[in-house]
Design a protein around this ligand. Structure first.
Ligand SMILES: [Zn+2]
Length: 446
């Protein structure tokens, strides 16, 4: 063998060894028992905050001496005395104010547009950050997928990490990956459905809204999704999942659905297990739940805003980042055996709809309205008029039976009145087809 080839072989072997070491470390942490995991997390928290303060310009200014009790004396209870990091901080620090490693160590760069401000926020990862996340996601995917599965990924690959990360993780499980993406001009819904059928896709990775729409497209092409296609699993990404939407997906596709949770700037925060619980990714982040107005920690098991501190992010560590998501952490052991706690996601704070002085999450409204729709397509829209909720339905569901059931349920659960308006199926379909990430929000009545 020539010297050049020997050098190449050595380089590749070292690279592979390093990747195996990262993957092995991920698995060893995920296999710790509860006590072992707690001790590991506390050590990791002290190191992570120290690294953020030392490495990132933002935290060098923001944390200062306030973090000393944590970083020098190992007092993890001091975390709750540190200031929060907000989405506004990430906007203001765009792109590299949070960078905590030399620029050349950044292996991947992504960004997300602000949901309300329109300003971008950056997200970047070292190779170790990236592979750690891929391996963690693959660890959970393996609970419901095997190498026999054909997985179609219909979420954005552009800039946002979710498509790229799931793609890599599915590959690690050994699935056949069909990278549909969400660039609808190149791969419109009709082509997506044709590919699902031709390649025998078993697993659809997308928002629930898109999964329901693809079933409609299949029907329009003369195929009955339950009989003519092989989709048996829907992995939710990019949108919360109400029980009613999961039920509808089951009816339409004959599929079981599983929820994942994350955001571009934090990467994955929650993954499903075989028991269909959503486990917090506690080997990568430290989680708190705080009162959305006061910022004070809420009592165990109550709903509040999820706050995230990175434990393993080298490139872009975050300390007490307010996610804007309403969550409830559950501390009881899951039958799957994982020591990671589970979480119930209750929708985004900013997406709550105020009706009659009552703030209601969009997910709760979806659950009420969708559970009473009797005929596909299961489209609906809503808007608060202040005193009541205006609900948009298509002709197929605009019946006395559906309206009365929704009205009674909204009154029973939230004590709010409702009125109804007729909407065309085309209105909904135009919204879905023009959205890179079609979600229930596409359906808000303007
Ligand atoms: Zn579990």
């Amino acid at each position: 063998m020539s010297t050049e080839l020997e050098r190449l072989g050595t380089h590749l072997a070292e690279l592979l060894d390093w990747r195996v070491a990262v993957a092995t470390e991920v698995e060893s942490v995920l296999r710790l028992d509860r006590e072992g995991l707690r001790a590991w997390r506390e050590r990791a928290l002290v190191e992570a905050v120290a690294r953020a303060r030392r490495g990132s310009a933002f935290y060098g200014r923001r944390l200062g001496e306030a973090a000393t009790a944590l970083t020098e004396h190992g007092d993890v209870t001091a975390l709750t005395r540190l200031p929060f990091t907000t989405r506004q901080d990430l906007h203001d620090g765009y792109p590299f104010d949070f960078l905590a490693v030399p620029r050349r160590d950044v292996a991947r760069f992504g960004e997300s547009s602000g949901t309300s401000t329109g300003k971008s926020i950056a997200a970047y990862f070292t190779s170790r950050d990236w592979i750690t996340n891929n391996c963690t996601v693959a660890h959970f995917l393996k609970q419901v997928l095997t190498g026999e599965d054909v997985a179609a990924v219909a979420v954005p690959y552009e800039l946002a990490g979710v498509g790229q990360d799931l793609d890599r993780s599915l590959e690690l499980v050994g699935c056949t990956v069909v990278a549909l993406g969400a660039l609808t001009q190149f791969c419109p819904p009709e082509r997506m459905v044709d590919i699902l059928r031709e390649t025998g896709v078993t697993t659809l990775v997308c928002s629930g809204t898109r999964a329901l729409y693809l079933a409609q497209v299949a029907r329009a092409r003369g195929w009955e999704p339950r009989q003519d296609l092989k989709v048996s699993k829907v992995l939710f990404a990019g949108e919360g999942a109400s029980p009613a939407k999961r039920q509808k997906l089951h009816e339409v596709w004959g599929a079981r659905s599983y929820a994942m949770y994350g955001m571009t700037e934090t990467n994955t925060l929650g993954m499903f297990c075989r028991q269909d619980a959503l486990h917090l990714i506690e080997n990568r982040s430290w989680f708190e739940v705080v009162h959305p107005e006061t910022g004070e920690p809420v009592e165990g098991g109550e709903v509040g805003e999820l706050v995230v501190t990175s434990l393993r992010s080298e490139a872009m560590p975050l300390v007490r980042y307010r996610t804007g998501d309403l969550c409830r952490i559950e501390d009881k052991p899951c039958p799957c055996g994982s020591a990671l706690r589970t979480v119930r996601h209750q929708g985004r704070l900013a997406d709550r709809v105020l009706v009659n002085q009552t703030p209601i999450s969009q997910l709760q409204l979806e659950d009420v309205i969708m559970s009473h729709l009797t005929d596909a397509p299961f489209y609906f829209a809503f808007k608060s008029s202040g005193a009541e909720l205006l609900v948009g339905l298509t002709a197929s569901n605009m019946t006395d039976r559906v309206r009365n059931a929704i009205r009674a349920d909204l009154d029973g659960r939230f004590r709010i009145p409702a009125s109804f308006t007729l909407m065309s199926e085309e209105t909904f379909e135009q919204s879905i087809r023009s959205a890179v990430k079609p979600t229930m929000k596409s359906f808000l009545i303007e």
